[in-house]
Design a protein around this ligand. Structure first.
Ligand SMILES: [Zn+2]
Ligand SMILES: [Zn+2]
Length: 164
């Protein structure tokens, strides 16, 4: 079990079992969303210098809002967007992403975890990276979504359906 904790410790979200994967996303929505959160009072940076935001993806049924859930607030980059980036309002910490549609996974901001971390597997959607940004080559990158990443999302959906 890993715990995502806001900076001041008032909000905790527990994540159980092995995550689906851990990625750095460079898509334009994540860049915009991360900047939106960073602009909040007392927020700390979540966007890397290269324009990437780090996430650990968990199955929806593997996370539990264990402490301070009433302090969470969702932000959308556009009113009609189906994605919210959920912030702990006590200290403006980015916690998770929430989808209004049926997506079965929850991207959690990697910066909220400490200690035993799953390895990063991909840098995704790099075609949107800021023009002058150099993307590190430590792990595989994909201009959009790599097949292995899509496969992991698919197989995690299947295993979730069968675990009910
Ligand atoms: Zn807090
Ligand atoms: Zn993204």
């Amino acid at each position: 079990m890993r715990t995502a904790r806001c900076l001041c410790g008032s909000v905790e979200i527990e994540a159980f079992g092995t995550p689906i994967t851990s990625v750095v996303c460079y898509c334009d929505s994540c860049q915009k969303g991360s900047r939106q959160i960073e602009a909040l009072t007392n927020a700390v940076p979540i966007l890397g210098p290269d324009g990437g935001t780090d996430y650990i993806l968990y199955r929806k049924d593997r996370i539990k809002y264990s402490k301070g859930a009433e302090l969470l607030k969702g932000y959308k980059i556009e009113e009609k967007s189906t994605t919210s980036r959920v912030v702990a309002t006590c200290c403006s910490s980015a916690m998770v992403m929430r989808f209004d549609d049926a997506k079965h996974w929850v991207p959690m901001y990697r910066a909220r975890f400490q200690g035993d971390m799953p390895p990063l597997q991909w840098r995704i959607c790099t075609k949107f990276k800021p023009e002058n940004a150099g993307v590190p080559t430590d792990i595989p990158s994909s201009t959009m979504y790599p097949a292995g990443f899509m496969w992991k999302l698919l197989t995690s959906k299947i295993s979730m359906l069968f675990s009910r």
